[in-house]
Design a protein around this ligand. Structure first.
Ligand code: GDP
Length: 463
């Protein structure tokens, strides 16, 4: 998972408070020092860390140390959570495209930052949602840029504009956007040239391109692997063009993503997507609360539900849709969703979205994580059809009719059945408890969302 090490270090520091007999100011200081160290190791900017540390301390020390150590740890955890979310949430919103009109996005960033790849992912994202999408290549600097876009365009079946004989990026930008505006395209993505370094020439060219394409949003693409340097880079771009939002690339499995995250503060522009791999579908919508939640091993049910909506599994299963609309979510539904997400090839994503699971799997290699998920699947297999459908009953001799049987209905699977299921699945009982607990949480959430929240959520449909 993204920045997993940071999450486990923060949790490690906090868990020390749980075992401390007295939580005084010195104990709080020592935990905060450890957390600050972890943030710095992940390349979060020194000033940002100092600021966060002061804020957390202020928030935590407002209450006297009266509270027990467990609740103090919880308080600090909450304060850390809030500070990380604040760090990642500037006050401004990203541009929201408007249906039925041309929405032009201009992508800027250094060469190799992942612009062309991100454009293809971004195009794929909108096209899949039914928006008429096209790409324009005016990167005349990098040999092969047009070819790369062309290959992506063919794979995605999305039109593109470029001309290998034209050397003037401004001309290409103007012609390309005009062409697609005239054709009624709704999402027009403009790829600009990058350079190896920030050079006056690059910025000048960017400004000229901007003048002719009149973008609705300038998206700054930054490579998370370059660490701290990204903050300076972000500020330089921001000075030259009005960066409206940020896409952070290559966050897959990289521990030093903190620099990129704190660079958001430098641009004061929201992160909209993060790149988590080279494939077109390896880009996730960024939500600060979900991200920090996952980072701290608290799970991300919203992300899970979004994945579910995105997988189109619901459209294929009208019965499930009907149940969800009534606020029902059975163990069978949970099993099917696990399967869907696994089929999409995102084991890491699935793990990070489930509260408790990521902590349990920290430090494990992916094969062990895979085994744990398989253990869950075996648990589902050991359940009866009734249990999967939420009918929990035990067969007992009928007291009124000797020799016959009757059923006792229960609200949850009985302890003896749980033991049987765990044994049948070959997993420790604790693991099955975790699965049942997860199911309860999802059930509770679906119950709350019902049809209105889940299916009619405008944000989910449009974003
Ligand atoms: P550009 O010069 O800014 O257009 O960069 P490219 O889009 O050509 O990307 C540079 C390299 O980074 C390519 O090899 C991409 O496959 C790779 N890349 C881009 N985004 C990601 C990402 O999110 N994760 C990983 N692992 N690689 C990425």
């Amino acid at each position: 998972m993204v920045l997993q090490e940071l999450g486990s270090k923060i949790n490690g520091a906090l868990s020390k408070l749980n075992t401390a007999s007295v939580v005084d100011e010195a104990a709080v200081d020592s935990v905060l020092k450890e957390i600050a160290g972890a943030l710095l190791m992940s390349d979060v900017n020194v000033r940002t860390v100092a600021e966060m540390r002061t804020n957390i301390k202020r928030e935590v020390m407002q209450d006297s140390i009266r509270a027990g150590s467990t609740s103090k740890a919880k308080q600090i955890r909450n304060a850390v959570f809030n500070e990380l979310v604040r760090l990642l949430s500037p006050d401004v919103d990203a541009y929201r495209p408007v249906k039925g009109k041309a929405n032009v996005f201009m992508f800027v960033g250094l060469q190799g930052s992942g612009k062309t790849t991100s454009i293809a992912k971004f195009a794929n994202y909108w096209a899949r949602k039914g928006w008429k999408t096209a790409m324009v290549c005016c990167d005349t600097f990098r040999a092969g840029a047009l070819d790369q876009m062309k290959q992506n365009a063919i794979k995605l079946r999305i039109p593109y504009f470029g001309n290998p004989l034209e050397a003037d990026p401004v001309k290409l930008a103007e012609e390309g956007t005009k062409h697609f505006r005239d054709e009624g395209y709704e999402i027009i993505l403009v790829d600009t040239s990058g350079r190896h370094q920030q050079e006056a020439e690059l910025f000048e060219e960017m400004e000229q391109v901007m003048d002719v394409v009149e973008p609705d949003e300038v998206i700054f693409v930054m490579d998370s692997t370059i660490g701290q340097a990204v903050a300076d880079q972000a500020s330089a771009f921001k000075k030259s063009v009005p960066v409206g939002s940020v896409i952070i690339t290559k966050l897959d499995g990289h521990a030093k993503g903190g620099g990129a995250l704190s660079a958001v503060a430098a641009t004061n522009a929201p992160i909209t997507f993060i790149g988590t791999g080279e494939h077109f579908d390896e880009m996730e919508r960024f939500d600060a609360r979900s991200f920090v939640s996952r980072l701290m091993g608290l799970g991300d049910m919203r992300g899970f539900m979004e994945k579910l909506a995105d997988s189109k599994a619901l459209e294929k299963s009208p019965e499930m849709m009907e149940r969800l609309q009534k606020g029902q979510f059975t163990l069978r539904d949970l099993r099917d969703q696990f399967k869907t997400i696994l089929n999409m090839g995102s084991l890491g994503q699935l793990v990070s979205m489930i509260p408790g699971l990521s902590q349990m799997m920290q430090g494990q290699d992916p094969t062990a994580a895979q085994k744990n998920i398989e253990g869950f699947m075996n648990c589902f297999d050991s359940m009866t059809e009734d249990e999967l459908d939420g009918i929990y009953r035990t067969r007992i001799p009928d007291p009124k009719l000797p020799g016959k049987y009757t059923y006792v209905y229960e609200k949850q699977i009985s302890e003896s059945r749980l033991r049987r299921i765990a044994k049948g699945a070959g997993v420790p009982l604790q693991r099955l408890y975790l699965l049942i607990q997860q199911h309860k949480q999802f059930e509770g959430m679906v119950g709350k969302l019902g049809k209105k929240g889940l299916m009619n959520d405008q944000r989910m449909q449009q974003q």
